[in-house]
Design a protein around this ligand. Structure first.
Ligand code: HEM
Length: 446
């Protein structure tokens, strides 16, 4: 049953389970499996040695000997997710084993067929993406220990050793931190509905609700700041060149100008025509898209097109959560800007500023891990490089634009309140002068 039945007036409370979102791990798959039934051992054997097979340039030969297994024998969401992770890792390694030279035009059917149909079943794309690398490839070293930088590990590994694992561990942590935003988010949406139901004159109840909203926004803020802190930890154990030269190549997509496969990749046994998909990128994470939606950060159509494209790489239920919140009748920004309560505007702006801080830190990562190594390699001024993200975006204009839009949402609320303050001030002054005029006239008459 949908948790979002519209009665024309308000929306029902959000049930996170319905959207396959966990209060504990957020969008990350809760308790991901680390093994499939014995029948699927050939996939697991290759997936677990992808990094060393790539380093020895042996992966392609091994994949060519891999048997075609029946993916219909998989049961349940967790098995499907693990199988997607294994096959997508194998596919990426197969294609990019030698970098962007000698890139194959065809993905063998032993990988292509199960990867394609499992993806269809899950409502995601048949390529290595955020849904695998950030949400399903995690494990705890000590199963009784906490979700923390020191206790998280990858199930499967890309080349790059401990540095590569660190890149993913930081991603896990950022996703995990987001879970802290979920309860405040659900409560904020509920408060918005309740506020609208109150009679306009019920000032006490309205004040009480505004107080609750401020508290929930503080909770949201704490989660965003944790995410932002996690990003800063990337610098601890990952060097710029390792990311750019060793890890990033495996995030490549197929299809699109400038790449070695402009027409895409043929999925043998699926389609004779090549298929095009974007590569792995954090832009496929549901976290920031959800925060933008809740905080009513608006982006122009060009950026929105990219955002919607990236949404196709999210699990169906996560995509639906963002859409359902987008479609809710009562918007946070409307309440903030129409209630004219300073504490509320402040709390709202603080959350937006934390998102700006996240995006600023993220831009620093992109400069260090993509722009600087690219500059070194091309001996060029990065400003002149038409650099594309692995998600296919013109990365700097896109990322800077998103940050600016977040800043704009902040000033919007301030402007509205300043405007209200000024208008109110002028009205008071006019009313006062009219009153004084009346009194003067009355006194004069007497
Ligand atoms: C070495 C670290 C990282 C680099 C080099 C990097 C690079 C990029 C690039 C180039 C984009 C532009 C989209 C595209 O690929 O076409 C992007 C987008 C994005 N990345 Fe990262 N990323 C890093 C770490 C992270 C982490 C840890 C997260 C955590 C969730 C993250 C979340 C995002 C998000 C949400 C976007 C969409 C833009 C936004 O909403 O501001 N990234 N990233």
């Amino acid at each position: 049953m949908s948790s979002m039945i519209h009665d024309g007036l308000a929306d029902l409370k959000i049930d996170l389970n319905y959207y396959h979102v966990s209060n504990k791990t957020g969008f990350m798959l809760d308790h991901p499996l680390t093994e499939l039934p014995a029948y699927f051992k050939p996939w697991e054997n290759i997936a677990s040695s992808v990094a060393s097979l790539i380093e020895r340039r042996e992966l392609r030969n091994v994949v060519l000997k891999m048997p075609l297994l029946d993916h219909n024998k998989l049961t349940g969401h967790r098995q499907l997710r693990l199988a997607h992770l294994q096959l997508a890792m194998i596919a990426s390694g197969y294609v990019w084993q030698d970098g962007d030279v000698n890139v194959p035009k065809v993905l063998p059917k032993s990988v292509a067929v199960p990867l394609y149909y499992i993806s269809q079943h899950l409502g995601i794309q048949p390529i290595l993406s955020n849904v695998d690398l950030a949400l399903a490839n995690w494990n705890l070293v000590d199963h009784k220990g906490p979700m923390d930088f020191d206790n998280l590990a990858c199930i499967y590994h890309l080349p790059g050793g401990a540095e590569s694992d660190w890149f993913f561990i930081v991603n896990f942590m950022a996703e995990y931190n987001f879970a802290k935003c979920l309860e405040p988010m659900v409560n904020i949406l509920e408060v918005l509905d309740n506020y609208q139901k109150l009679p306009v004159g019920d000032v006490t109840q309205r004040d009480r609700i505004v107080d609750r909203l401020v508290k929930q926004l503080d909770g949201l803020l704490a989660g965003i700041l944790d995410m932002q802190y996690s990003l800063t930890r990337m610098h601890d154990k990952l060097a710029g060149e390792t990311f750019y030269k060793v890890i990033r190549p495996f995030f490549g997509g197929w299809g699109g100008e400038g790449g070695p496969m402009p027409d895409g990749l043929v999925y043998e046994g699926v389609s004779e025509n090549p298929l095009k998909f974007c590569g792995n990128t954090g832009a496929q994470s549901s976290t920031l898209q959800l925060l933008d939606t809740l905080l009513c950060v608006e982006h122009d159509q060009e950026k929105r097109d990219t955002i919607l494209l990236m949404r196709m790489y999210m699990p169906t239920a996560h995509k639906r959560l963002i859409e359902d919140i987008e479609n809710r009748k009562h918007k946070l920004r409307h309440l903030v800007t129409s209630s004219h309560v300073d504490s509320l505007t402040e709390a709202y702006n603080k959350s937006l500023s934390a998102v700006v801080k996240f995006r600023t830190g993220h831009l620093q990562l992109v400069t260090k891990y993509v722009l600087m190594p690219a500059r070194k390699l091309t001996q060029d001024n990065v400003e002149n490089l038409d650099l594309k993200g692995t998600g296919g975006t013109n990365l700097m204009p896109f990322l800077k634009g998103l940050k600016q839009d977040t800043l704009d949402a902040t000033t919007f609320a301030q402007r509205r309140n300043t405007y209200f303050g000024l208008t109110f001030g002028v009205l008071v002054a006019v009313a006062a002068s009219v009153a004084v005029g009346l009194v003067v006239r009355l006194v004069a008459k007497k």
